[in-house]
Design a protein around this ligand. Structure first.
Ligand code: MCN
Ligand code: CUN
Length: 795
């Protein structure tokens, strides 16, 4: 691994430079590397029972009958619950995050393989599983809708006949941009290139599957729920609404989470089943999915079929892009995105280029597959958008016989154009693209790579070089535009400084491995001068933290990080007034130098933040009108999203005999504005790049024509290991966000977004001698083999 990061000697923490210094170690790691993490499945409560879920073996069928008598007779079984029983409680259906409804347990029909049909609560996990086998369900099979292109065919079976008057499988139409203006530009352009581009269905497959422990106290009517949630506060509110429990009597605790990647944003039926199980039995109930339940029933990602079109001049000025998308949302529309954005932030498909026009038209449909649609570091569909534009730009380069780097550079939005309003209405806050691209070229040794490629091609070897350049929109979002089920996307933050100068900061976001306990301490340390080691970060417990919408869409740094910086400034403002009393000067005569207020011109006279904390809680007088204590709270409503960018270059070699792709090198230069913790950023980028190798070359959740999920185990759904990835080469540039208090932009999804097109572009580049202009992911040996032989792509 090489990097151009600043790298001070040693790995020691540096309290005097909390932000941006090379190797601030993670505060959470001592517990993780010693096996002392506390995950949901580690929670053990006295008398706890176990829940297991019976799932549909078929994709589409009417339920004729369910016989639970044998399961109920099992000596260790405490309860067996079906959809009919839930109907009595008004809980058979629940709202999804996008305003659809989803069945908790199927009542009328099953609509995808793996759908929840009944659950058992038993004394132990094994008994619960065994009892599932004793439930007898009679299904009346219906034709499934598996091919998304057939979903709107008039003869297609209607999947959602539960919805009033629903006669088809249509969910929504959505458009953005200016159709007429785009048509006009296309009509007069020298060159128009179009391509059908599929982003297959994939799954985030986190190490920890989903699960919860529900503990309902009948005396107090209190519900405590330990759950794998990326958004504990939002979940609590939804449980209050769905189950009719008073919100103040619900406590959601998300302890350590073993990876979420967006898959832990939705509320899954299993959580509701465990809650019902606990209410019914009066005991705590644990539910933990196994791997194949996770892969087949929880939120998948992507599944966009896109027709991309690009218009340009002959000399490579890109004029417009246009796309038509068919979106497969599965059996229930469970997409998590701000309400006004049914297609997430796909509107940024105009990429990093200065265009004259753009237009997108999208249709979303139901199919007999698991619900979902975002997840897997998607940046709310920006993964699909970036893949589309970066692939179609390469198709244009192919037609123009132009170097893909040169084509991109010629069309970049220029630094003086920021803030830049795109043709689809997004306002990019800041960016300086060319230096980022140049840095990547330099790290890769681009010209030399092209020379090497020419030599190898002459020898019949298949070497490819792929480039991608992305701009993301992360940090949802301004509450005037963005809410999820009516909840504004703002985040609270509270900071309390104790008398001895130690502090605790309470966040509304929830880490799943991103290192928030470290980075949020760094942000606060930077602002109030207390060392990060003396700042405790509390998150993931609704009883302990202020309200906010949680972690996804790389929003923690842009939104909650801003809240942390501002709450610390609020505390510092109060500290300044107290210091003025202690030093007997006016506030205007005080100067803040990291960690202490000094009297201007008399540096010997100063008080540290720790002195001030003691005084704030002490016996002496405080300045007129100042209350005791040293704490503050805020709720931060972001002004805009932040727009990180990056330039990626991938080098692949393809074995001409087996069509196996090997990623030889990968250079990633990211710009996420002010960098809080370079080591954590690097880790985030490495992870995202690995995601990219997985999606580009290996991963796909496929279905057979009956709707059987073919990706139900990690033997079928291949995810990359260290063996499939190269030593990542990373670099960075810094273009701060003008509206974020410390200039930081999000980074958690950047590499997942930016890397698939670079890898696919590299593979397609390697296949240029065969006249290949496009091939769809995952580029498995068989697909590459077919591409080399001109076999038509799979439908
Ligand atoms: N960071 C930084 N400087 C910046 C930006 C970020 O040091 N300028 C640090 C942050 O302080 C944080 C980390 O990088 O510790 C990621 O920050 P951010 O980009 O704000 O993303 P979030 O914290 O909101 O994390 C969400 C994002 C998403 S949406 C997915 S999906 C994803 C990802 O994070 N899931 C992850 N990274 C993951 N990493 C792990 N280990 N596990 C997951 O489930
Ligand atoms: Cu879309 S995956 Mo992340 O936003 O939790």
């Amino acid at each position: 691994m090489t990097t151009t990061d600043e790298r001070p000697a040693g790995f020691e923490n540096n309290d005097h430079k909390p932000i941006g210094h090379g190797r601030m170690l993670r505060k959470e790691d001592p517990r993780f590397i010693r096996g002392k993490g506390n995950y949901v499945d580690d929670v053990q409560l006295p008398g706890m029972l176990h829940c297991a879920i019976l799932r549909s073996p078929v994709a589409h069928a009417r339920i004729v009958s369910i016989d639970t008598s044998a399961a109920e007779a099992h000596p260790k079984v405490k309860a067996v619950v079906t959809g009919a029983a839930l109907t009595g409680l008004g809980l058979a259906w629940m709202p999804t995050l996008s305003g659809d409804v989803q069945s908790v347990l199927a009542t009328d029909k099953v609509r995808f393989q793996g759908q929840e049909v009944a659950f058992v609560v038993a004394e132990d996990r094994y008994a619960a599983r065994d009892a599932l086998e004793l439930i007898d369900v009679e299904y009346d099979l219906l034709d499934p809708v598996i091919d998304v292109r057939m979903a709107l065919d008039p003869s297609a079976p209607v999947i959602r006949d539960d919805l009033d008057g629903k006669q088809n499988n249509h969910i929504f139409d959505w458009e953005t941009g200016d159709e007429a203006a785009t048509e006009a530009v296309f009509a007069s352009a020298d060159v128009v290139v179009s391509e059908d581009i599929v982003y297959p269905r994939v799954h985030p497959a986190p190490m920890e599957t989903c699960g919860c422990v529900a503990d309902y106290d009948r005396i107090d009517s209190r519900l405590t729920l330990w759950s794998t949630s990326q958004a504990p506060h939002a979940h609590r509110t939804l449980y209050a609404i769905v189950a009719g429990l008073p919100e103040h009597k619900i406590r959601v605790i998300s302890p350590d989470i073993g990876g979420g990647f967006g898959g832990k944003v939705p509320i899954y039926p299993g959580y509701v089943c465990a809650i019902v199980g606990s209410i019914v039995t009066g005991k705590p109930v644990k539910w933990m999915e196994d791997r194949s339940e996770n892969l087949t029933s929880t939120g998948f990602a992507r599944d966009y079929i896109m027709r991309g079109e690009i218009a340009a001049t002959r000399d490579g000025k890109i004029l417009a892009v246009r796309t038509n998308v068919l979106a497969d949302h599965g059996a229930f529309n469970g997409v998590a995105a701000p309400v006004k954005y049914p297609a997430g932030f796909f509107g940024v498909f105009t990429g990093s280029y200065d265009l004259q026009a753009a237009y997108c038209k999208m249709t979303a449909v139901y199919t007999n597959k698991a619900p979902g649609g975002v997840a897997y570091a998607c940046s709310f569909r920006i993964t699909e958008a970036v893949y589309l534009i970066e692939r179609i730009v390469d198709c244009l380069a192919y037609e123009l016989e132009m170097d893909p780097v040169e084509l991109r550079m010629r069309n970049f939005i220029q630094p003086d154009q920021f803030p830049y309003r795109t043709k689809t209405g997004w306002v990019y806050d800041s960016g300086d693209y060319e230096p980022t691209m140049r840095k990547a070229l330099e790290l890769a040794g681009y010209d030399e790579l092209r020379r090497e490629q020419a030599e190898r091609r002459a020898r019949g070897e298949l070497m490819g070089i792929g480039v991608s350049f992305f701009t993301e929109a992360v940090g949802a979002g301004p509450r005037k535009d963005m809410d999820i089920l009516g909840l504004g996307m703002a985040d609270g933050c509270e900071l309390r400084v104790h008398p001895t100068g130690k502090a605790v900061v309470r966040l509304s976001v929830q880490s799943q491995g991103q290192g928030h306990e470290t980075t949020f301490a760094q942000i606060v340390a930077e602002e109030i001068g207390i060392p990060p080691a003396d700042i405790d970060v509390v998150h993931g417990d609704t009883d302990q933290t202020p309200f906010g919408l949680g972690t996804y869409g790389s929003r923690s740094t842009p939104v909650s990080g801003a809240a942390a910086a501002l709450v610390a400034r609020k505390v510092r403002d109060k500290a300044r007034i107290i210091a003025s009393g202690m030093l007997e000067v006016s506030v205007a005569d005080l100067e803040w130098v990291k960690g202490a207020f000094h009297v201007k011109g008399d540096p010997g006279k100063s008080v540290t933040i720790q002195d001030i904390a003691m005084r704030a809680h002490g016996a002496g007088d405080l300045p007129e009108g100042i209350e005791g204590g040293l704490e503050a709270q805020i709720c931060y409503n972001p002004e805009n999203l932040t727009y990180p960018h990056g330039a990626y270059i991938c080098v692949v070699d393809i074995d001409p005999g087996t069509a196996q792709v090997k990623v030889r090198r990968f250079v990633a230069v990211d710009d996420c504005g002010t960098r809080i913790n370079p080591m954590i950023i690097e880790g985030q980028v490495h992870r995202g790049l690995t995601d990219g190798v997985g999606m580009a070359l290996m991963e796909m959740i496929a279905f057979d024509e009956d709707g059987n999920c073919l990706g139900g185990s990690l033997m079928d759904y291949l995810i990359p290991t260290a063996l499939e990835v190269p030593d990542w080469e990373t670099g960075f540039t810094v273009t701060p966000s003008p509206h974020h208090p410390i200039g930081a932009k999000g980074v958690g999804e950047s590499a997942t977004v930016g890397s698939p097109p670079a890898i696919v572009n590299a593979v397609v580049d390697a296949l240029k001698p065969f006249g290949v202009r496009h091939a769809d992911m995952p580029l498995t040996p068989s697909r590459v083999w077919d591409a080399m032989r001109g076999v038509p792509r799979p439908p």
